[in-house]
Design a protein around this ligand. Structure first.
Ligand code: FES
Length: 572
């Protein structure tokens, strides 16, 4: 247990010199008395609230609720706004800015008189960014997930974020629903604050964070508008003060076993393929050399047991009522390391003790899964020597072993125009290939990997085709989409050399992705390939372009990996 003079913030407020006089007098300026802060842990509440982020609308209120808990436990709370990565609006992709937010979190923790951090967020890239930054900052930190929004509603039925957008968009393109129906869906699909409520990247990453021990038990599935969510935020405020006194830093929580627990849950949820990139990045921040193969090893053992869209039928609200993540982890216990420490100060086993499944159609048993294997498969071959990712649980089974001719596009615009043409030379057996949409080519690896089915095939009732790209896809998306092909086309990876008409073979069971073109011909194509022009010549984009890694390495910057702790800043 620390003493007050051992707190990091003591160097700002506790000593008696000219600088600390300034620090204390400026707190008086805000209206605080010495009793408010003297000798207390200073808790930075890192808040990613913003007017433009509908998933975080409630985080202003939650920050106040966290403060209430911090005061209750004898800490001193300070809210620090951080960049808000609003998935629906930020272009070309929030992924371009994940590392920027992670850097901001790390530097807020490093440069201010903070003893511990409460991290508020949940919209897609926000969760990994907050956690990556907190791991690098090395201060005690607890994550308060924003929580999913309520179910969408349409004429008494349910609508799921993203998944139903894509489904009804195809219905509209095929003339099966009217513009008026489409407007009704627009009104009903997002009817409360909170994150997407399908098993998209947000729900995936909030759940993975809990499985890694970084939230209070049961926090990740609480719907954002539920009063349990407010109480969880206050409890996190109380808990972080204790964590500071006991110096419970992220390195004690984020261990190789905790990362494995995150992957087990990721697979059992049929989690977003984006999660793979983020878990690799988080692990490497903690000095754990996580590779794609680990996902494959675990996915062969752990079935999908969460019956949630897009792999299943239900939504996050149903999952919460069925027992939430604690109940899911209770079922998964044989695959988890229950001895891992959580930020609650108890083991994962203690955190899930007494959990119960209240609806076994939503949270299935291990012998009655939604899908017999984990939610993702890692493919390799001459088309993706450094790996590619697929979500077989959300694909048409007939496409899991397939050979077909490529229909290749060099850019998103070229593809988007072609798929609307009624004279496009395409069959359901074609393999749609989109290049130059990876980490550098996108730039930022936009979620374009669920290429639209060509309109003429949609009209004929085709709803899935094999699609290959170096992009990502939204966790709410579905279909036989092979993603994250590495190395990407923009840097001259094999995908760059695919031409329309080339035969492509996919065998998911064998984890194989093969371009059936003779090696001499591929060598000729490589020799004639020229690098595309630089996409991001200035500003943060230039930093990103110079330092970002490929998808199989987590898309982090090469200078942000684990390393020696930086010295504390001088206070002069
Ligand atoms: Fe924010 Fe989906 S748009 S979580």
């Amino acid at each position: 247990m620390k003493k007050p003079e051992e707190l990091r913030s003591y160097r700002w407020f506790g000593v008696n010199d000219l600088r600390s006089f300034g620090h204390r007098s400026r707190l008086r300026q805000i209206g605080y008395d010495r009793d408010d802060f003297a000798g207390k842990p200073v808790i930075g509440i890192i808040n990613t609230w913003s007017d433009i982020n509908p998933c975080h609308t409630h985080l202003r209120a939650r920050a106040d609720e966290v403060k209430r808990g911090v005061w209750q436990a004898g800490g001193f709370p300070l809210e620090l706004p951080a960049m808000s990565l609003a998935e629906p609006y930020q272009k070309p992709s929030t992924m371009l800015y994940r590392n920027l937010l992670a850097m901001e979190v790390e530097e807020l923790g490093r440069s201010y008189p903070i003893d511990g951090m409460v991290l508020l967020g949940g919209c897609d890239k926000t969760t990994p960014a907050l956690i990556m930054g907190a791991i690098s900052a090395g201060l005690p930190a607890i994550f308060v997930p924003a929580g999913p929004m309520l179910r969408g509603n349409l004429r008494g039925g349910f609508l799921g974020s993203g998944s139903d957008t894509w489904k009804y968009w195809d219905d509209l393109r095929a003339g099966l629903i009217s513009e008026r129906d489409w407007m009704e869906i627009e009104n009903g699909i997002a009817r409360s604050f909170g994150t997407c409520m399908t098993m998209g990247t947000a729900a995936t990453m909030m759940s993975v964070a809990e499985a890694m021990g970084l939230t209070l038990p049961g926090a990740s599935a609480i719907p954002a508008p539920d009063s349990n969510h407010s109480r969880m935020a206050t409890a996190a405020g109380r808990r972080i003060v204790d964590m500071v006194w006991h110096d419970l830093t992220p390195d004690r929580v984020v261990t190789p076993a905790a990362i494995d627990n995150g992957i087990v849950v990721h697979q059992a949820l049929g989690g977003s393929t984006n999660g793979i990139i983020h878990i690799i990045a988080m692990a490497r921040r903690a000095g754990i050399d996580l590779r794609l193969e680990r996902f494959d090893e675990i996915s062969r053992k752990v079935p999908v047991i969460a019956n949630i869209r897009p792999s299943g039928a239900y939504l996050m609200e149903d999952f919460f009522y069925a027992g939430g993540l604690r109940a899911l982890m209770g079922v998964l216990a044989p695959h988890l390391d229950l001895s891992c420490l959580t930020v609650a100060g108890i083991s994962l086993g203690e955190a899930i003790e007494g959990s119960q499944v209240w609806n076994d159609d939503v949270i299935r048993t291990l012998d009655r899964p939604v899908f017999p294997y984990g939610g993702t498969a890692i493919l390799r071959g001459n088309l993706a020597p450094d790996g590619a990712v697929m979500k077989p649980s959300a694909a048409d089974p007939r496409l899991l072993k397939h050979r077909g001719p490529a229909l290749a596009f060099d850019s998103y615009d070229e593809m988007a125009a072609a798929v609307e043409r009624d004279d496009l030379d395409v069959t359901p057996d074609h393999v749609l290939v989109l290049k130059n949409v990876g980490p550098l080519g996108g730039p930022g690896m936009p979620e374009w990997g669920m290429l639209p089915i060509p309109r003429k095939l949609v009209k004929a009732g085709v709803r899935d085709m094999l699609r290959i790209s170096d992009a990502r896809m939204s966790g709410t998306s579905y279909g036989a989409c092979i993603l994250h092909v590495a190395p990407e086309a923009y840097v001259g990876g094999p995908l760059a050399h695919v031409r329309t008409g080339d035969m492509i073979e996919v065998d998911v069971a064998a984890r194989r992705l093969h371009l059936d073109v003779p090696e001499e011909e591929l060598a000729r194509r490589r020799a004639s390939w020229t690098a595309p022009p630089e996409r991001l010549p200035r500003g943060y984009g230039a930093l990103y372009a110079r330092h970002v890694s490929q998808a199989n390495d987590g898309c982090d910057f090469d200078f942000l990996g684990a390393g020696p702790r930086l010295p504390e800043p001088d206070i002069h």
